[in-house]
Design a protein around this ligand. Sequence first.
Ligand SMILES: NC(=O)c1ccc[n+]([C@@H]2O[C@H](COP(=O)([O-])OP(=O)(O)OC[C@H]3O[C@@H](n4cnc5c(N)ncnc54)[C@H](OP(=O)(O)O)[C@@H]3O)[C@@H](O)[C@H]2O)c1
Length: 266
Amino acid sequence: MPRETFELQDKVVLLTGASEGIGAALARALQFRGARLALVARSEQKLKEIARQEDLVVAADLSLPADRARAVAETISRFGRVDVLINNAAVGVYDKTIAVPLEPVRKMFEINFFAPLELCQLAVPHMPPGSMIVNISSIGGKVILPWATLYSATKYALDALTEGLRVELYPRGIHVLGVYPGHVRTGFQQHILHGRAAEGISPLRNRLTISAEECARLILRAMERRGRTLVVPTLYWFAVWCARVFPGALETRLRHMLQAIDKSES
Ligand SMILES: NC(=O)c1ccc[n+]([C@@H]2O[C@H](COP(=O)([O-])OP(=O)(O)OC[C@H]3O[C@@H](n4cnc5c(N)ncnc54)[C@H](OP(=O)(O)O)[C@@H]3O)[C@@H](O)[C@H]2O)c1
């Protein structure tokens, strides 16, 4: 039997990381679908440029528990419920695991893992049956990226949260979608908290890069179809499959990629 589609018109969507990149593209696509938006990020000015008059703007630093609580409280106060929670905001740390200072790593875990966890805890009591949680992870949440092992660790943790919550929240009628993008053209690499982006990882990755708008389009399509797992572009399923079936071969490939990065940086 075909699954019932998820209608976005008039849905109340709490979207984090809405000020730029994939989040901003998602906000615009959701506006086009007639959703009612609570837009969260630190940059109030950028959010105001994206918001329509009927949208709620919440300037909040999601590394802070008080700001997470305020984001949900203001959404409930304006709209009375949350139909969709999209945990999209995240940052990266790109450095050698053995040497990296722990302070930026802890902050990254606060933003990438504890914020989605706490937002779920705060929002779920206000989510009616038929609502949805969307966690934006990364291909690094399915396949370790050894040039950003600890970023991968935050996304593996988010993956566990996504898959566990899907089962836990089933009786409440809340669906959970996990999104695992490969490389998307945004400012993400310029916003990393510590270290620097690995250049020249592979020419194939550059060929597989997609725009934030394309990524948002595919996410909305997966939401409307009530998908469970979205890997974009689809070709990255090959890497996920290799990690499960031929982990040794994948490790060898990743070792070569890491060596190439180290060489290009020395
Ligand atoms: N770009 C890629 O290649 C790629 C690949 C795989 C997965 N992803 C995932 O896709 C999601 C979106 O990434 P993106 O590429 O769109 O990144 P981006 O362009 O850097 O945008 C990140 C968003 O998160 C917000 N943010 C960062 N720190 C925050 C904090 N402490 N509190 C509140 N908001 C915060 C930023 O807003 P403010 O600065 O205004 O706070 C911004 O709106 C992330 O989960 C990322 O891990 C991206």
